[in-house]
Ligand binder design. Structure first.
Ligand code: NDP
Length: 283
């Protein structure tokens, strides 16, 4: 089984899920991506995160194929562009996503990032989609503390179920304020880029020599070390993307890794926690 997070009073989810950014971009990769997502479901990575943005609908199509005959085993998230955040556009964007995903509901629907449409209108859109049965819950992504405070002050804003933000060992800014603020309201954080995109971002954590040493001592891979580190908080889940069955299984096994205080302290020395407010990191 492994670590889970209390997502809501009536819902517990595994603390690691599956991302899909860059899936659906090439026909050659499609079968491998479908197989990876299905292998993830088999080993308990039931939360699948996608977005209308990824490969302009292509990633949702891959997920739709992977979930054929298995929809009830997955907990499915999609996201919409900020310019689709008004009532009419959000309903239409959701319907297009549902078609590509070959399903009639999403477990969670997220505003991908904040744009110009007033939050109030987006909340109404989410409420409408819930009433229509197209989404079970809604949330936001890339919202910093001030955005969350504004959202919570809007009528209906407290119904927000999650905030999906960038979080990995080398980008810890949310620990200063956003994470405590969300934890206090029992709002789960979904950590994207938990592996720092395997080196595509500024930091190549997977080949970091000292992280390699710590991982060796624990008998795990650096990827597993990074995932176990992200989900050490009761309120945080990680959604690594993996397009090979091998990587997916390795990531799933991180659900059972607990890091001891000495290893956590060494990681803090290598990548110190924030001592002041940092602007929210994004990709
Ligand atoms: P990740 O940090 O998850 O890194 C993905 C990379 O890590 C891929 O190259 C993958 O390779 C590699 N990888 C996965 N598992 C392993 C492993 N066990 N060992 C070595 N390498 C591994 O970056 P993402 O940007 O993909 O973030 C995760 C997900 O978060 C996205 O896919 C997306 O769903 C979501 N996201 C949301 C954003 C938002 O604005 N809300 C922004 C960015 C991401 P391979 O594919 O070859 O297995």
């Amino acid at each position: 089984m492994g670590k889970s997070i209390m997502f809501a009073a009536d819902l517990t989810l595994p603390a690691i899920g599956q991302g899909t950014w860059y899936m659906g971009e090439s026909a050659d990769q499609r079968q491998q991506e479908v197989a990876a997502l299905q292998a993830g479901l088999e080993c308990g990575l039931t939360v699948i995160d996608t977005a209308e943005m990824y490969a302009e609908g292509g990633a949702e199509r891959v997920v739709g194929e992977a979930l054929q005959g298995r929809r009830d085993r997955a907990w499915l998230i999609s996201k919409f562009y900020p310019w689709h955040a008004g009532v009419v556009d959000a309903v239409e964007a959701c319907e297009r996503s549902l078609q590509r995903l070959k399903t009639d509901y999403l477990d969670l629907y997220l505003l991908h990032w904040r744009g110009n449409i007033p939050l109030e209108e987006t909340i109404r859109a989410m409420e409408k989609l819930q009433q229509q049965g197209k989404i079970r819950r809604w949330g936001v992504s890339n919202f910093d503390c001030d955005d969350m405070q504004e959202l919570w002050q809007e009528p209906g804003g407290e119904a927000c179920s999650a905030n999906q933000v960038l979080y990995h060992l080398a980008s810890r800014g949310i620990e200063y304020d956003l994470l405590p603020a969300c934890s206090q309201r029992q709002l789960p954080i979904m950590a994207y880029c938990p592996l720092a995109q395997a080196g595509r971002l500024r930091h190549d954590l997977l080949t970091h020599p000292e992280l390699g040493e710590i991982a060796n001592e624990r008998g795990i891979s650096v990827a597993q070390l990074l995932l176990a580190w992200v989900i050490r908080h009761a309120n945080v889940m990680a959604i690594p993307k993996a397009s090979s069955v091998h990587h997916v299984r390795e990531n799933a096994a991180a659900l059972t890794v607990t890091l001891d205080d000495a290893h956590l302290a060494r990681m803090d020395r290598l990548f110190p926690p924030p001592q002041s407010k940092q602007p929210l990191d994004v990709v």
